[in-house]
Design a protein around this ligand. Structure first.
Ligand code: NOJ
Ligand code: CA
Length: 713
């Protein structure tokens, strides 16, 4: 009895000691399912909420506070106490209707912290953490309450307190455009303001030293971190303000001068997720599906009106200045200006469209994009202030017989992709949207490339602010109602909404191929894609428009070129993920000695919808090799690209099924290939391989390789 009593007392003592410990430290912890990541949450002595993140017991995010500032309301910042917590674990698998893979594992531990102010206002804020094996997501939830109803957020201050001066791959935190080159610097050397101005950008605005997301880093111990957001809905996009002296980043939401704030919310309201991807290898960042997992499940059901496809288009010829979008032919693509009328060089003519349709039909390409088919382009570059009401999304130019092209495409089994350049006048677009989408459907068109070139009208709004986030969302929702898929250029960044709205098929949102045609800074450097794969591509599919074969296009623009080899261009069909992949060059540039170029066979063969994807190797900014298995055919495709350094690699094919033999057709840089001196030199070689094969490959400077792998019968 005595002993029992003693035991009882000691248990009580221990329990109270534990409570006391918890109270004094006040820390709540939650770990990833594999226990490698641990997030701690607490409120400070003055009741300010903060969190930390550990990976394998090393701190990766040190004490980081969170707070909100409002218009005409005291900040939510201090005086909080934790009034409740809830926990949950989820382990499920869902399927992508199209994507990098079919099955996606969604496995996380969740902690929700319920906070309440101890002041008379007693305002409440919940923070929901989801900890995955590949990173951390957290968002703020404003529950229904008396003292916050409708508020204007003037600042969200989410801190990310780094532990050392990491190497960072970043673009400026521009409020209008993501089309900047990536810089690689130490965190303390980030100077976004000096990198932001670029004469080729139609709209750019950056108020302070901040970066856009995804922003990716490597620590001195070789850990990879990438910061972004998920499910950006009815809120402003987040840039990250950089403090080089304290190694701290703080969220800086994109503002609106009309609203004089950042985001207007009506409570109850959930913010987007703030995300930190954590990976030991760079390739694991690409394989992570955390951003998608943080979004809500598919709300559209079957989207079989959209088929992943390759497409050609009346497009590159305008960018290199062979033809123009407007019928008069007055656009000058050396200066991006509209001059006086000259001999018509209109690209979108009935005859030209038929030429592209023939090429597509003969070479296994499914889609055709036609830009410059509709009226309005004659003033597109000329009258920057008169863009409202400029474009008409139903009326073709006189030399483009819409019916005839439509019928010809149908006859040849080619699907037309609509083009809507809004010239950044979203109100004009919203007015015509319903009719324009009906017009598309009446003509059997199921997808549209949208564009938002220029400063947003009305003035005071920015491409990445709440007002535009809501516009892009509205486009998705309205298009979905009509069974239309959207490929947006000059978009808001991807935040995984394709899970909820799988009609969000692709977008631009980076310096695409077009910059090689007209940029005055030499175009995209050879390391561009080796950087993009680990930064921009983490957010979602990219309409990069690869496939330039005539690398120097001297007949059109002597001062510009693509800064890669031809084999590197082929590799992009595998390295870059998108359910839409363009073969962007002119049909005549895909000919060699009067016949279709032998290397075009890879573009004909390569898949666009995948059963699974594996990153075989890669280092940010240096090189990357990705293998993807096509749905239905089970064929594999491997693509590798390098930066300006030539590189030798050994590819191990252990992802293939054991006991089977395959034919690997390899499209490689020729021995003497070089992105600048000899970019079009290639070789093609076929080999029988098995899962045990190892093949040595050499990539030229700025080069790459592409392999198609088909099982032998
Ligand atoms: C910019 C887009 O990125 C490009 O693809 C398009 O051709 C032009 N705008 C015209 O809409
Ligand atoms: Ca663009």
């Amino acid at each position: 009895m005595k002993k029992l009593f003693f035991n009882f007392i000691s248990t009580l003592f221990l329990a109270s000691l534990l409570v006391a410990c918890n109270a004094s430290k006040g820390k709540l912890t939650v770990e990833s399912p594999d226990n490698n990541i641990e997030v701690k949450f607490a409120v400070s002595k003055v009741g300010a909420p903060f969190y930390t993140v550990q990976f394998k017991n090393n701190t990766v995010i040190d004490t980081s506070f969170i707070s909100f500032d409002f218009k005409e309301l005291p900040s939510l910042k201090e005086g909080f106490k934790v009034i409740n917590t809830t926990r949950n674990t989820v382990n499920e698998t869902w399927q992508m209707p199209w994507g990098e893979q079919i099955d996606v594992e969604n496995n996380y531990n969740e902690l929700v912290v319920y906070l309440e102010e101890e002041t008379p206002l007693k305002r409440q804020l919940n923070i929901r953490f989801k900890i995955y094996n590949d990173g951390v997501g957290f968002r703020y939830e404003f529950p229904k309450q008396e003292n916050i109803k409708e508020v204007l957020i003037t600042d969200e201050n989410t801190e990310f307190n780094l532990t050392e001066d990491h190497t960072v791959w970043w673009i400026p935190g521009d409020w209008d455009i993501y089309e900047h080159l990536y810089s690689e610097t130490k965190f303390s050397e980030i100077d976004a303001l000096s990198k932001a101005n670029h004469e080729n950008l139609a709209a750019t605005y950056i108020p302070e030293n901040a970066v856009n997301t995804p922003v990716t880093m490597k620590t001195s111990t070789g850990l990879h971190l990438s910061f972004h957001e998920a499910d950006l809905t009815n809120y402003a996009g987040m840039t990250l303000k950089v403090d080089p002296s304290t190694l701290k980043m703080t969220s800086e939401l994109v503002g609106s001068e009309r609203m004089k704030g950042k985001a207007k919310i009506t409570v109850p309201f959930n913010t987007p997720w703030r995300t930190i991807q954590i990976a030991e290898s760079a390739g694991d960042l690409i394989e992570s599906k955390m951003i998608l997992n943080l979004n809500d499940p598919n709300e559209l059901g079957d989207v079989d009106y959209f088929t992943p496809m390759k497409y050609v288009g009346i497009w590159w010829e305008m960018h290199i200045g062979k033809s123009t979008w407007d019928m008069e032919g007055s656009q000058d693509m050396n200066t991006w200006t509209q001059g006086k009328s000259r001999t018509s060089r209109h690209g979108a003519t009935t005859e030209n469209a038929k030429k592209y349709i023939d090429f597509a039909a003969e070479n296994g390409i499914k889609g055709l994009l036609v830009e410059g088919w509709n009226t309005g382009w004659d003033k597109w570059l000329a009258e920057a202030d008169a863009r409202e009401g400029l474009f008409d999304f139903m009326t073709p130019y006189a030399d483009y017989n819409f019916e005839e092209v439509k019928n010809y495409a149908k006859e040849k089994g080619i699907e037309i992709i609509m083009h809507h350049e809004t010239s950044a006048a979203p109100l004009t677009y919203e007015k015509q949207m319903d009719e324009a989408y009906n017009f598309m459907k009446q003509n059997g068109i199921n997808s549209v490339k949208t564009g938002y070139v220029g400063e947003i009208i009305p003035k005071g709004e920015y491409h990445h602010g709440q007002w535009m986030v809501n516009h892009y969302h509205k486009v998705l929702v309205e298009a979905a109602k009509k069974k239309i898929a959207i490929n947006a250029h000059e978009p808001i960044k991807a935040t995984g909404k394709r899970r909820t709205y799988p009609n969000a098929i692709a977008r631009e949102g980076l310096r695409g191929q077009e910059f090689n045609a007209w940029a005055t800074d030499g175009g995209n450097p050879p390391n561009h894609i080796a950087t993009v794969a680990f930064t921009r591509m983490l957010s979602g599919p990219i309409d990069f428009t690869p496939g330039v074969f005539n690398i120097k296009f001297d007949d059109y623009k002597k001062g510009n070129q693509v800064n890669t080899t031809l084999a590197h261009q082929l590799a992009l069909y595998v390295v870059i993920y998108s359910p839409l992949q363009m073969a962007c060059d002119l049909p005549e540039h895909y000919l060699l000695d009067g016949k279709v170029h032998p290397a075009f066979q890879f573009i004909t063969d390569v898949g666009v919808d995948w059963q699974q994807s594996k990153v075989l190797e890669g280092e940010i900014g240096d090189f990357v090799v990705i293998a993807r298995q096509e749905k239905e055919t089970n064929n594999w495709f491997v693509g590798g690209v390098t930066n300006e350094e030539a590189r030798n690699l050994t590819i191990n094919f252990d992802f293939l099924e054991e006991g089977k033999t395959y034919t690997a057709k390899m499209y490689k840089d020729a021995e003497d290939a070089h992105w600048d001196n000899n970019p079009q030199a290639y070789t093609i070689e076929s080999k029988t391989i098995t899962a045990a094969s190892n093949i040595d490959l050499k990539m030229a400077a700025g080069g790459g390789f592409a392999i198609s792998i088909v099982e032998n019968n």
